[in-house]
Design a protein around this ligand. Structure first.
Ligand code: S6P
Ligand code: ZN
Length: 191
């Protein structure tokens, strides 16, 4: 699939990148504890549906100083009032930052550090968002089409999903009056 001696890949839009090394699919059943409306989650799953929320196409490298590339495709939709999003994570290596580059679609990136600092950025075609070291990050698709973005991050970043899963993000993105709206997360717990 990926020739390790080749250093180029191509952005295919909602098809991700090609070639890639690995593909991760996240279905609603993989994220049942993430969405705020647990009742909506259980209703969807018990009706036999299990929507694909997002896919990540990745090329990872090994040595310190090398850079990984990931292309995420978040499918449009909501669970209850809440727009589809990625799980979100801190990097295990807290000294590592990341860059997100918007390819297509419309969305937001939520960023939050362990002291409670919170920041939100827009992702759309051509936007470049810097995620500073120490900030957990989650992308949210607020549009009607796939949200596609590239992520470039150090090969030794690692992913800590556990911490942000325990606290949640301080804000969530829901539809209010037909529009995406950032509201306080009623389940947020500060570390
Ligand atoms: C990796 C980078 C992205 C995410 C991807 C899925 O550091 O931030 O490639 O892995 O957007 O999000 P998550 O939170 O499920 O890893
Ligand atoms: Zn990351």
């Amino acid at each position: 699939m990926l020739d390790r001696g080749s250093y180029t890949t191509k952005i295919l839009g909602s098809g991700g990148i090609y070639p890639y090394e690995s593909k991760i699919e996240r279905y609603l059943s993989d994220m049942r504890d993430y969405f705020i409306d647990r009742k909506a989650v259980e209703e969807i799953l018990s009706s036999g549906r299990n929507p694909l929320i997002y896919v990540v196409y990745e090329i990872s490298r090994e040595l310190r100083g090398e850079l990984n590339v990931g292309c995420t495709v978040i499918y449009p939709g909501k669970i209850g009032d809440e727009y589809h999003f990625t799980k979100g994570h801190f990097h295990s290596n807290v000294t590592t930052g990341e860059v997100y580059i918007g390819v297509s679609g419309e969305g937001l990136i939520l960023m939050q550090d362990k002291n409670g600092a919170f920041n939100v950025g827009e992702i759309e075609t051509g936007t470049v968002v810097y995620v500073p070291p120490g900030f957990a990050h989650r992308a949210v698709n607020t549009g009607k089409t796939e949200l596609v973005f590239l992520a470039v991050y150090p090969s030794d970043a690692g992913h800590d999903y556990e911490t942000i899963m325990r606290t949640g993000f301080a804000k969530i993105v829901v539809e209010r009056g037909g529009r995406p709206t950032l509201i306080d997360n009623p389940n947020y717990r500060r570390i």
